[in-house]
Design a protein around this ligand. Structure first.
Ligand code: NDP
Length: 453
């Protein structure tokens, strides 16, 4: 049987573009359909614009600190409109690069929606039917917003946040995960009165408890009104703003309500049910270790599979898919010890297990230090950083590393290499400190603060 393409990818995000590019560059015929903008969530409305907003939001604090370091600096208001124009131009530049690189590799790009018709056929929005030996679903995810809240239509999500016309004076962020915590810090830094409501007892569920507590304490000290154990009951739009009534009985007024309550796989209307592609409870495409679905010609990578919702993981999955299917080299993407960073301010970088997870697996020693770094101590700023290692008593291996500090995202990349290699506490101890830095603490913690037998 002949096909129009060897591979048809649905979705032009990090995972989809990588798979299509590698396939075309390797000499096979690859096509890709994207209904929105090339680059996907990461480039267009996720990691990249978020990080640029993090940079923008850090200057207010830096300016205040600079004064304490002797600089005569005054900082005015943040100009949202000029920043936004620059941000949009940058995203367009990156989108163009994504499109160009895929095109240069030989990928045929269809700038329209595609759905699956059968095991080897895709239908484009203009009605064209295209056949492919393999189909790769890489449609990513979409923000989840609970619909049981009265007035929820007045809330926005991370999809819309970059396009709001002006900087809100008062913003409410709902949720306690990555996106909520990052945007709380961003808007606080930009000068908005920022509140964060989280339904549970502590933000960042799933991460190390001590680290979660540390972050919550720091961001509250920075002025974020963090209310845990609090959820939204209703939102009413009135002339003076959005009146939000919460489960603690209070009603407060905000200009913007941002819901960051998780993301679900983007599968609506893709045709998966008709073809018989197995899906999980959240709609995720169920795949095996090689990213293959129950329909042998259909594969899926990235957020749509709801494994680990991170760009670099989607890219690894795409590479493994390509090796497996097009290079005869069966490869499983490795989901163990994936480092990640939450771009709160300060950042939280983590790799491996939390203290709580590690305790479940056996006896562990916990090394932890929280202190005012030199840069803060000099200006009598109380904000502390935190360095933490969790060590297996039996093997001496470092099972988890948690860092809360400026640039922790950069630090955890390197700590991640050590943890991935199976470094022991003694390997860390044997490494000479880089002085004077904050990060030297990671090789200087001599006595465990706790031992769990
Ligand atoms: P998360 O899963 O991190 O957090 C979702 C939050 O919403 C949780 O606090 C959850 O509470 C809460 N929530 C869920 N449902 C409801 C509800 N019905 N009502 C009220 N609160 C609710 O999702 P995010 O949206 O923050 O991010 C999605 C994913 O994107 C992340 O998991 C991450 O993988 C990725 N991401 C990564 C980033 C990075 O690497 N820096 C940055 C941004 C996103 P509870 O804990 O109680 O369930």
């Amino acid at each position: 049987m002949t096909f129009d393409f060897d591979l048809f990818v649905i979705g032009g995000g990090s995972g989809g573009v990588r798979a299509a590019r590698l396939t075309a560059a390797g000499g096979a015929k690859a096509a890709l359909a994207e209904e929105f903008r090339m680059g996907g969530t990461c480039v267009i409305r996720g990691c990249v614009p978020k990080k640029l907003m993090v940079f923008a939001s850090q200057y207010s604090g830096a300016a205040v600190e600079a004064a304490s370091y002797g600089w005569d600096i005054s900082i005015g208001d943040f100009n949202w409109v000029s920043f936004q124009a620059r941000l949009k131009a940058e995203l367009s530049r990156l989108e163009a690069i994504y499109t160009k690189n895929a095109g240069n590799a030989g990928v045929e790009i269809f700038h329209q929606r595609a759905t699956v018709k059968d095991a080897h056929t895709v239908v484009l929005a203009d009605g064209t039917e295209v056949t492919a030996k393999h189909i790769l679903i890489a449609t990513g995810g979409t923000p989840f917003v609970p619909q049981n809240v009265s007035g929820i239509e007045h809330a926005i999500t991370s999809n819309e946040i970059f396009d709001i016309p002006e900087l809100p004076k008062r913003i409410l962020i709902v949720g306690g995960g990555y996106i909520a915590s990052e945007f709380a810090c961003i808007f606080n830094g930009l000068g908005a009165e920022t509140s964060q409501y989280y339904r549970g007892a502590q933000i960042l569920r799933g991460f190390d408890d001590e680290a979660r507590g540390h972050i919550a304490e720091v961001i509250k000290e920075q002025g974020i009104h963090l209310h845990t154990g609090t959820d939204v009951e209703s939102i009413a739009k009135q002339d003076d703003g959005l009146h939000v009534t919460s489960t603690d009985g209070n009603t407060k007024v905000f200009d913007v309500v941002l819901y960051a309550t998780g993301r679900t796989p983007k599968v609506d209307g893709l045709g998966l049910e008709a073809v018989g592609v197995a899906q999980g409870r959240s709609g995720e495409v169920v795949v095996d270790d090689y990213s293959q679905t129950n329909i042998p010609s259909i594969y899926a990578v990235g957020d749509v599979t709801n494994r680990i919702q991170l760009t670099p993981v989607a890219i690894r999955e795409a590479v493994a898919f390509h090796e497996t299917v097009f290079k005869g080299n069966p490869m499983k993407p490795d989901h163990a010890n994936v480092p990640s960073a939450i771009f709160t301010q300060p950042e939280y970088g983590a790799v491996g297990l939390s203290e709580e997870q590690a305790r479940e697996e056996g006896p562990v020693e916990v090394y932890s230090a929280a202190f005012r770094p030199m840069q803060n101590a000099f200006i009598e700023k109380n904000e502390r950083v935190m360095f933490k290692l969790i060590v297996c008593v039996n093997t001496r291996k470092v099972l988890g590393c948690h860092i809360i500090a400026p640039h922790a995202g950069e630090m955890i990349q390197f700590a991640g290499v050590a943890v991935k290699m199976g470094a022991t506490k003694e390997d860390f101890d044997a490494t000479v400190a880089v002085h004077p830095t904050m990060a030297e603490e990671i090789v200087l913690m001599k006595e465990p603060v706790r031992v769990h037998n």
